[in-house]
Every structure is written in structure tokens, then in C-alpha cells.
Design a protein around this ligand. Structure first.
Ligand SMILES: Cc1ncc(COP(=O)(O)OP(=O)(O)O)c(N)n1
Ligand code: 3NM
Length: 513
């Protein structure tokens, strides 16, 4: 059985100055690579064979299989352990015939169709890529990304082809290896199943390293350690009474803790969102300055990322803020405002989701459909409807399982899921739809609750119910959207001052089994 955990694709072209290939490979072997590929594009056949013999002898000493890139003849000449071919090389079925059944055959794939063909033609493993952009070679097709990789893994593992091994390649390094493993995982909680990649393949992360042994060790440790997000802690209560008990204490904790909520939000709602944040007992800070992100990330209880009025510069800042928040374990609430309104926003949405771990995604049906399908599904930024409440529940559960995050779909009924547990909250009032910014400002309340409660699911339910009840109370006292706004802010700020039992008696929640 080959262990594909950390697969080095070695090549003389990317060595640090003054280091030779055999030395660098030796360090990588000492550091713990589990598979080695020799990929030489610019040497003669004779030189390739000579080098392959030396590398094979080295790899054998560590019991690590040697795969030859592209060249079946070189592989046969040195009796290496296998060969790796791309889509433009000799076809996999012919290669399999030439090398026999005992040698390892790897095939590069970028789509489900290519994976299917590689499996039918006798591949032992597939290289899935490029996941990200890479400096190592000019790509002939765009990166398939985390989402594309996940589709291929899903196909491989969910069909009877589950024996095929999967390795991701392209732009993978120490900064993203854990995330690649985490975000490409397929979860089926009802059957208690999780499928993950078998490993990652890298070129420059090891071959260009000034300390290849320790970088190899670090990559392997990172892969084996994996990420544990808040959701994996599995803190969410699985029955309605326990959930209600937990959410009852959250508003008071916000008031006591007064967490700082860093907003990178849209120009239309900044003032309103800041007032709503203050009303629930948290402290807002609105900043899009990249130079401040490090400090703010260390000081904040949560980050709200809102995609309204997005531009290129803000996208860059938001991507950096995601990175820093993940490093500092600051929960992120992501609001993909108008995700489907333009290609720019649809692409940015995908980029944000692939750049790090979001703790909550909050959107309307159109925005969430865009996330699910990966392309525009709406007009402007107003909410559109996709169907029944049942459709909405499926939409939310599917995204939650795929993105491994809590998802809220707002609307007449708010649906919230962590992929294992789903609730429908029916608090709220139609007048919320007549005041601009009320959807965005809900993100601020969710962020405030996530800052004080590690169980992100309960925090999100608490925020949604709290917001909805305040809207109901305010609407009952007002004649229209104008007078609603100030009264709504008043009612929101009074929840903590009323008896918990009083506001809990107004919570309208249903748990979907
Ligand atoms: C593990 C792994 N995956 C993919 C590739 C890319 O191979 P190919 O498509 O043949 O491209 P070149 O390497 O020839 O540029 C790989 N080498 N290893
Ligand atoms: C050799 C190769 N094949 C790819 C593919 O997409 O098939 S990407 C790639 C280069 C990977 O290099 P690095 O780890 O330095 O980004």
C-alpha cells in the first residue's frame, strides 16, 4: 500500500542556489516525504536515466516509491515504481499495457470527466490540479480550485471507484496545506462518513526550500494535525429545549463582554450597522485599512465581512483579514451581498470561501444559490425566492455540509444549519424588508453573539431570534418604516434588560429532524 500523504515532485529547475538535486531529495526523504516523483523536462534521455538510477537508489533506502514523470521509457529502463502522465501524454490505457499491472500509474486530472477516464484506463491514483495558481509551470487550463477538487473527490469516493487514490497539486505550501485537506473533505454525517484527499503533491514548497528537511517535516505535521474548526467541536445542542436554554444566556453575555466587532462592510450600511452593534452591547469598529488588520485581528471578538459595494482594493483587504482572523481564531461572519449580481462578485465570493474558514455564512436565497452553483443567480442585491421552505432547508444544509460552516438563509422564515442540526426561526416582521441595511446589520448581531459563544450554531440562532423579536415588538408600536428604525434599535437594546424568560417566551423556533 502506497502512502500518498506527502508527495514530492522533484526537479533540478527549482533548487535554491548552490544545492544539488540529490542532496535536496535526501533532506526531503529525511523529513518524511512518502512518495517521490522525478520530473525533468530539459535533460537528455541518457541524463534522465542516469539521474533516475541515482534517485531510485536513494529513495529505496527510505522505502519511498519513485515515480517517473511522463517518460514510460525511462521508468522501464530503471525499473522505477511507476509513472505519472498528463492529459497531453500517451493515453493511460496504453501506458498501463506497457508497464503491466504491478507498477503505479498516476494521471493528472482537472475535471470529473478526466478523473472518470483515468480510472477506467487503470490509474492507481490521480493528481488533482492545479488547485491554486503556481509559479512552477504555465497552466494550460484554469485552476480547478478547492470546489473543483471536492467534486472530483466526491466522484471518486462515492462511486464504486473508491479504491482510487487522490492527491492535490498546484500552489500548495505550509500556509494552505491544512485548509486544502479540511475544505476538500466530503462529509455525510447521517452515515458518519468523511472522505478526504489521500495526500498533497508539491514542488517548490520542498524543492526550493533553504531547509528542505524541516519544511518537509512541517508540511507533514501540518497535514497530520489537520484543522479543528469550531464546528468540529460539535458543541451544538441537538434538541430544542437545550438549544433554547443555551441561547437564553447569550444576549446577556454580549452585554457583559462588550466584544469588539471589526466590520469590513458596505458603504450604504456602515452607520446603521454601527448603531445596531452598539445597541446589542458590542463595540463596532469599521476599517478597511490593510495596515490596521493585524492589530484589529488581535483585538477583535469577531470579524464581519460584507460584500456589498465591493471593489478590488477592498477584496484584497478582506482576503488578508480572513487569513489573519483564521490565524488568530477570530470567528468570521461572511455576508455575500449580491453574490450573483455580477461575475466580479460571484468570483470574489468563491475566492473568499476558498481563502479561509468562515464560521457563519449569512445570505438570502439568491446569494446562497450563487454559492451553491458557483454562478450568478440573482438580480441586484434584493432577496429572490427559490421555492418552498423545504427547498430552502435543503439549500442551507447542502452549503453548510460542503463549506463546513453554519449557514443562515434569511427571509420570511430564517433557516439556520450546521449541517447536522437545522432550525427554522419564524420571528421577524415584513417591515424589516422596507428598511435598507437591516439584512446587513443582522450580520453584526450574529458576529457579536459568535464573539461570546463558542457554539457558533447556538450563537447564530440567538442572534436571529433576538433580531426578529425586536422587530416584532417595534413593528407593533410603529406606523411604518421611518418610525420603525429608532424603535427597533430601542427594542434590540432592551432584550438584555427584560427577563430572559420573557424574551424566550417569544422565540419561535422549530427544529427540523
Ligand atoms: C502528482 C502529480 N500531479 C500532476 C502532475 C502534472 O503532470 P502533467 O500533467 O504531466 O504535467 P507535467 O508535470 O508534465 O508538467 C504531476 N507531475 N504530478
Ligand atoms: C507539476 C505540476 N502539475 C500541476 C497540475 O496542475 O497538474 S501543478 C504543478 C506544479 C506544482 O508546483 P508547486 O507545488 O510549486 O505549485
Amino acid at each position: 500500500m502506497v502512502d500518498y500523504t506527502l508527495y514530492l515532485v522533484a526537479s533540478q529547475s527549482f533548487l535554491p542556489p548552490g544545492v544539488d538535486l540529490l542532496t535536496q531529495i535526501q533532506y526531503a526523504l529525511e523529513g518524511g516525504i512518502t512518495v517521490l516523483q522525478l520530473r525533468e523536462k530539459e535533460i537528455t534521455t541518457a541524463a534522465f536515466v542516469r539521474l533516475a538510477k541515482q534517485v531510485l537508489a536513494l529513495a529505496k533506502g527510505y522505502n519511498v516509491p519513485l515515480i517517473i514523470n511522463d517518460r514510460v521509457d525511462v521508468m522501464l529502463a530503471v525499473d522505477a515504481d511507476g509513472v505519472h502522465i498528463g492529459q497531453d501524454d500517451m493515453d493511460a490505457a496504453t501506458v498501463r499495457q506497457l508497464i503491466g499491472s504491478k507498477k503505479i500509474l498516476g494521471v493528472s486530472t482537472n475535471t470529473v470527466e478526466e478523473a472518470q477516464k483515468a480510472i477506467n484506463n487503470g490509474a492507481d491514483y490521480i493528481g488533482i490540479g492545479a488547485i491554486f495558481h503556481t509559479q512552477t509551470k504555465a497552466l494550460t487550463v484554469p485552476p480547478c480550485g478547492i470546489a473543483g477538487c471536492r467534486e472530483i473527490i466526491k466522484y471518486c469516493k462515492l462511486t464504486q471507484q473508491s479504491k482510487i487514490k487522490t492527491v492535490a497539486i498546484g500552489g500548495i505550501n505550509l500556509s494552505n496545506i491544512q485548509r486544502v485537506k479540511y475544505q476538500t473533505a466530503i462529509q455525510i454525517p447521517k452515515d458518519n462518513i468523511q472522505f478526504t484527499l489521500d495526500g498533497v503533491a508539491v514542488v517548490t514548497a520542498i524543492i526550493s526550500s533553504a531547509d528542505a528537511k524541516s519544511d518537509t517535516k512541517a508540511l507533514k505535521e501540518s497535514w497530520n494535525r489537520g484543522i479543528c474548526s469550531r464546528l468540529d467541536l460539535n458543541l451544538c445542542p441537538r434538541n430544542l429545549d437545550t438549544l433554547k436554554q443555551r441561547i437564553g444566556s447569550i444576549p446577556e453575555n454580549v452585554l457583559k463582554t462588550n466584544p469588539l466587532i471589526h466590520h469590513i462592510t458596505n458603504n450604504v450600511v456602515k452607520n446603521f450597522s454601527a448603531n445596531i452593534t452598539l445597541a446589542v452591547g458590542a463595540s463596532p469598529i469599521m476599517s478597511e485599512e490593510r495596515a490596521e488588520i493585524d492589530d484589529l485581528s488581535r483585538a477583535s471578538g469577531a470579524l464581519l465581512l460584507n460584500m456589498g459595494t465591493l471593489d478590488t482594493q477592498r477584496t484584497e483587504t478582506m482576503l488578508y483579514a480572513v487569513k489573519k482572523s483564521n490565524e488568530n481564531k477570530v470567528p468570521i461572519v461572511f455576508d455575500p451581498v449580491g453574490a450573483g449580481a455580477s461575475n466580479f462578485r460571484a468570483n470574489a465570493t468563491r475566492e473568499f470561501l476558498e481563502s479561509g474558514i468562515m464560521n457563519v455564512i449569512k445570505g438570502n436565497e439568491g446569494e446562497l444559490l450563487t454559492i451553491l452553483k458557483g454562478k450568478g443567480a440573482m438580480k441586484g442585491v434584493d432577496s429572490i425566492s427559490c421555492g418552498t421552505l423545504e427547498d430552502k432547508v435543503h439549500l442551507v444544509e447542502e452549503i453548510s455540509l460542503r463549506e463546513r460552516t453554519v449557514v443562515v438563509c434569511t427571509g420570511r422564515h430564517d433557516v439556520i444549519s450546521d449541517g447536522r442540526c437545522t432550525v427554522v426561526c419564524s420571528n421577524g416582521h415584513p417591515v424589516l424588508g422596507q428598511v435598507t441595511g437591516t439584512g446587513c446589520a443582522l450580520g453584526s448581531v450574529i458576529a457579536a453573539c459568535c464573539a461570546v459563544e463558542e457554539d457558533t450554531f447556538s450563537a447564530t440562532v440567538a442572534a436571529v431570534a433576538w433580531y426578529g423579536i425586536a422587530a416584532e415588538l417595534a413593528a407593533a408600536e410603529c406606523n411604518g418604516p421611518g418610525s420603525f428604525m429608532p424603535t427597533f434599535i430601542d427594542r434590540l437594546s432592551q432584550v438584555q434588560k427584560s427577563e430572559v424568560s420573557l424574551w424566550m417566551s417569544k422565540v419561535d423556533l422549530e427544529m427540523i429532524q
